[in-house]
Design a protein around this ligand. Structure first.
Ligand SMILES: Cc1ncc(COP(=O)(O)O)c(C=O)c1O
Length: 379
């Protein structure tokens, strides 16, 4: 079946006991057993429940994986992936990774004997230089947040294969509709389902999609041991959101391009970072590995004051963290999503004080452009 059909039907079969076209929310913590250890596949909701199993089937199918596990947030999913490692192991991470991943790795996981190097994964030579005998994993975010650098997934997968490393790709910014890292050679995909997969900004969620049986067994063990699986109602919400993923992503891409082109021509904007613009340094790589440019973009207003003034004057765009919802969100990475990254590191990796990030929603593009235009006039 095609991708859109899978979005609507995989894990969304009508309820056999009532005929309800939408499967119910199994809002229960435990399941009655016919005899000791004799049950219908579920005994306790931390371990598994029907809404989670259904969503996991759907997400695995959409990413082209063999198995998927869904978690209470993207960070819970990412934490589970790093727990596949052992003390002493080393990981190479994209340098402008989401601030929460930077915090998890540098402030928490290092205390358990893991080590991390943050490098520009869009440059293969830089990755090779960072390799150590203890390196076990490469963790890539592409495009990066909020610098919009693209990593060539197939090329890094080749390098990972040559050195027997696990390649993990965070596919949050594009969703499986626009990018399928497993087909390009990655071993594991992670998602913050809080973003495009759900698409409606009404719950958090994370996913790990796997290709190797031993990884899948270990991730499920971690999920049920740590109790980080996604709750029934939240699984139901994400599953509902996924049904419209293809149409939402098409509109996100159209609006993203329209807004990026407007900003690129605006005299107060120093530069626009968006993989759908020909001015993007990795425009060709993005075209090759992505079905569309997505709707995340950043633009530089030069100073913190200019950026703050703009953010205080938008009316339709909402000043908020997060991304990937139907509504347009605007944020200032240096003071918001990436505040946990030290200022010197932010400067080095291009998260300047005047950099504004937009998650372009699916409102009418003219209304978004009019709002940005009036806010820029006040800068
Ligand atoms: C690219 C990316 N990965 C992971 C996460 C973490 O996801 P969550 O907020 O659902 O824990 C985020 C959150 O913003 C993100 O932007």
């Amino acid at each position: 079946m095609g991708f859109a059909t899978d979005c609507i039907h995989v894990g969304q079969e009508p309820d056999p006991s009532t005929g309800a076209i939408v499967p119910p929310v199994y809002q229960t913590s435990t399941y009655v057993q016919e005899g000791v250890g004799k049950h219908k596949g579920y005994d306790y909701a931390r371990t598994a429940h029907p809404n989670r199993r259904a969503l996991e089937r759907c997400v695995a199918k959409l990413e082209g994986g063999d198995a998927a596990y869904v978690f209470s947030s993207g960070m819970a999913a990412i934490d589970a992936v790093f727990r596949l490692l052992r003390p002493g192991d080393h990981v190479i991470v994209s340098q402008a990774v989401y601030g929460g991943v930077f915090r998890l790795t540098t402030q928490l996981l290092v205390e358990f004997g893991l080590s991390f190097d943050f490098v520009d994964t869009s440059d293969l030579n830089t990755i090779e230089r960072a390799l150590q005998p203890a390196t076990k994993m490469i963790y890539v975010e592409t495009p990066t947040n909020p610098t919009m650098l693209i990593t060539d997934i197939a090329a890094v997968a080749e390098l990972a294969r040559a050195h027997n490393l696990t390649l993990v790709v965070d596919n949050t910014f594009l969703s499986p509709y626009l990018q399928r890292p497993l087909e390009l050679g990655a071993h594991i995909v992670v998602h913050s389902m809080t973003k495009y997969l759900n698409g409606h900004s009404d719950c958090t969620g994370g996913a790990v999609v796997l290709t190797r049986r031993e990884d899948a067994e270990r991730i499920y063990f971690i999920q049920r041991s740590a109790g980080t699986g996604l709750a029934p109602m939240d699984c139901w919400l994400v599953a509902r959101g996924i049904k419209t993923l293809p149409v939402r992503m098409e509109q996100h891409c159209k609006n993203g391009l329209a807004v990026a082109e407007f900003l690129e021509k605006h005299p107060k904007v120093k530069r626009v970072l968006y993989p759908g613009l020909k001015s993007h340094p990795q425009y060709e790589v993005a075209r090759r590995q992505q079905r569309g440019p997505g709707a995340m973009l950043s633009f530089d207003l030069g100073t913190l004051e200019a950026a703050q003034r703009m953010l205080e004057n938008v009316k339709l765009c909402a000043l908020a963290e997060s991304l990937g919802g139907v509504e347009t969100l605007i944020s200032l990475p240096a003071l918001m999503t990436h505040a946990s990254v030290p200022a010197a590191v932010r400067q080095r990796i291009g998260i300047t004080d005047g950099l504004v990030r937009l998650s372009v929603g699916i409102e009418d593009a003219e209304d978004l452009i009019a709002d940005l235009d009036q806010a820029l006039a006040k800068v």
